[in-house]
Design a protein around this ligand. Sequence first.
Ligand code: PGA
Length: 254
Amino acid sequence: MRAKLIVGNWKMNGSRAGNATLLADIVAGLTGVITDQAPPACAVCVPSPYLQQCEEVLSGTPIAWGAQDVSVHCFGAFTGEVCAKMLSEFDCRYVIVGHSERRAYHMESSEMVASKALAALQEGMTPIVCVGETLEEREAGQTEAVVGAQLDAVLEQLDADAVARIVVAYEPVWAIGTGRNATPEMAQAVHAHLRSRIAVRNGEAAQRIAILYGGSMKPDNAAALLAQPDIDGGLIGGAALKAQDFLGIIRAAK
Ligand code: PGA
């Protein structure tokens, strides 16, 4: 059975003082909830300036940390970019790639997302590859085609071994930050489809890879979503900014 994974995506939120309180409350709330015998695994993906704070506060706790984006380049004249090697210096375990906000506002193509996933893997980090359809695409019956193409673009760049080292997040664009989550049945159908696409490349990896759901996951809808056979965890935006909500979702994953 796949262990559950709950990841907070802070987006562009936080402050040194606020983070200190939030992280301390999460760590305190997790005492006894996460043990070696009792997964879920859990992590927060924070703005890059706060990675050092995460390293200081979270080392030795059950909570891992990561970034929300990575450059496709390794070094050089790319003002404003942060490369995978820099992130790995802060012991990041995860890097979100291809979040719909980056695809929409920064024109990231699926090919670019694939390069970012590869960059993260090369530095020993786990890319959390986000895919998701817009409302128009869902209503046009294109959900599987859209998310399938987004995922295939990444899988095509990876060898069978690397395929086994990614995490996938299904985040319907219309559910992000809207309070309107996909029903468990809707999400399960897409997750099963994504797993079948992975199975084409690496059947064994398909059974092992975590496929997270993201989009208005909250403590009160998490248990039903996480009970679905192909939903292996959550990528949590708004609810990850409140310790009690984040903890509530982690408890629901137990
Ligand atoms: P949300 O965001 O939980 O606020 O909907 C999820 C995400 O964008 O990763």
